[in-house]
Design a protein around this ligand. Structure first.
Ligand SMILES: Cc1cc2nc3c(=O)[nH]c(=O)nc-3n(C[C@H](O)[C@H](O)[C@H](O)COP(=O)(O)OP(=O)(O)OC[C@H]3O[C@@H](n4cnc5c(N)ncnc54)[C@H](O)[C@@H]3O)c2cc1C
Length: 415
């Protein structure tokens, strides 16, 4: 091909209008490519908007080295991509969109509005200004013999998208009603793409609550908790649910709990309900309480335990009648054993582990099995706890895949 081709004559079809697809669209349109974004849903960024419901945690302010460590086995592959678009760059990007960020007390980074909707609105205006075209209710089904992406349109017709490159940003398979349903796994596997199975990540776990405990405490937060599993102790919050436990500290342990339950059939957590006090101090405070009061009152006064925590001790530790001995009680407060018997399904998980294997991708995030097709976002095989690490990796891989597209098209043009 001659190098007199003007940039706009080069085109890319992006399938999936979540954060990974949209940031790739922005970069490619800004580089002068004709960009079309296709999504099976009637509107874009549904999971991003859902993420904003509880406060959109865009990224984290901790040192980059610690940050990168959150990606576990995927850290070596993700590190150069995140270093190229680090948390500071994501914050600058949000600010330039009119959504300045702040660092919360936990070090997490949020837009000042906390919500995703103002950011998404401003983003769509920017994409519109860059000439990005959207085709919604386009359900991607695979590729035709000429390598074109095939979509089924709302009227049931099938269309082949003409483009010089295709970028898939189809998300994982959690919360499928928001659009990403994981149907792409079968399509890509059939084309020889290396994959690892999709698994729930950042997800709740089942515990066998008694009926009275479930009825009274489902939906109650467990605040200021330390949770120990194997050699790891984490502080944070959790939530009692009808089925078991969920929330930040549980999510942070979820990949290890998932593996342990798969291996052993169950996993036992140890909950420290009073992480600020040691057992000796607690025992002394319990022993110094006036005799004759109910155990609940005694624990409330001596250890500032909420009813949910006291009943969790009954539930998990000591049966309906708790020990009266101060030292035994203190020991139980410091280590309430909770047996987790199962993991919630993908449809309730915050994110998805597994997906397109790193070994199936080149450095530009192009599928080795389907040259000219790039992937980004949660559909790649990485996982991370909540804390802003998910969105940061979606943005960074979106940008890396866009760079991969540019590099390939440039090479084709000059070659
Ligand atoms: C309740 C909840 C809260 C969260 N909170 C946070 C948070 O605070 N911080 C954080 O970092 N992360 C959070 N996340 C995770 C974060 O939202 C996701 O990691 C992120 O949205 C993934 O981006 P993505 O672009 O890879 O995929 P998605 O956002 O899932 O987008 C993929 C898009 O592809 C489309 N698609 C899929 N298949 C097809 C097809 N066949 N044809 C056409 N289109 C298709 C989907 O409709 C969708 O629009 C949260 C997730 C949930 C569920």
């Amino acid at each position: 091909m001659s190098d007199t081709t003007s940039p706009r004559s080069r085109s890319v079809a992006i399938i999936g209008a979540g954060p990974a697809g949209l940031i790739a669209a922005e970069m490619l349109a800004a580089a002068g490519l004709a960009v079309s974004v296709h999504d099976r849903m009637p509107s874009v960024g549904r999971k991003l908007l859902m993420a904003g419901r509880g406060g959109l945690n865009l990224t984290h302010s901790e040192p980059l080295e610690t940050f990168l460590g959150r990606y576990g086995a995927s850290a070596p592959r993700l590190a150069p991509l995140i270093e190229a678009f680090p948390p500071a760059a994501l914050r600058d990007w949000a600010e330039a969109l009119g959504a300045p960020t702040f660092v919360g007390s936990s070090g997490r980074v949020f837009p000042k509005s906390l919500k995703a909707s103002p950011l998404l609105r401003a983003w769509l205006r920017r994409l519109d200004g860059l000439g990005v075209r959207f085709a919604l209710r386009d359900d991607w089904q695979g590729f035709d013999d000429a390598g074109r992406a095939i979509v089924v349109r709302p009227d049931g017709s099938t269309a082949a998208i003409e483009a010089d490159a295709t970028l898939l940003a189809l998300g994982g398979a959690s919360w499928p009603r928001l659009g990403s349903n994981g149907a792409w796994t079968g399509i890509l596997a059939a084309r020889g793409v290396e994959m690892t199975p999709l698994l729930p990540a950042n997800v709740g776990f089942r515990a066998e609550w008694s009926e009275p405990f479930r009825a009274r405490f489902a939906g109650t937060p467990l605040k200021a908790l330390a949770v120990r599993f194997e050699d790891t102790t984490l502080r944070g919050e959790a939530m009692v649910t009808a089925y078991g436990l969920e929330g930040g500290v549980i999510y942070a342990l979820s990949s290890r709990l998932r593996d342990a339950i798969e291996r052993d059939g169950s996993a036992t957590l140890s909950l420290d309900l009073a992480p600020g006090r040691d057992a000796a101090e607690l025992a002394a405070r319990i022993a110094s309480q006036k005799p004759g009061q109910s155990l609940s009152n005694l624990l409330r006064k001596a250890a500032h335990l909420a009813p949910v925590a006291i009943n969790l001790m009954r539930e998990a530790g000591g049966g309906p009648t708790l020990p009266r001995d101060a030292e035994e009680l203190a020991a139980l407060i410091k280590a309430v054993p909770i047996r987790l018997t199962g993991i919630e399904g993908l449809e309730r998980a915050i994110s998805t582990a597994g997906g397109v294997a790193w070994s199936g991708l080149d450095d530009g995030l192009m599928l080795k099995a389907i040259p000219g097709v790039f992937v980004a976002g949660e559909m790649i095989d990485w996982e991370a706890p909540t804390g802003g690490y998910l969105l940061q990796a979606c943005f960074a891989t979106g940008i890396a895949a866009a760079k991969g597209v540019l590099a390939r098209l440039d090479a084709e043009q000059s070659g």
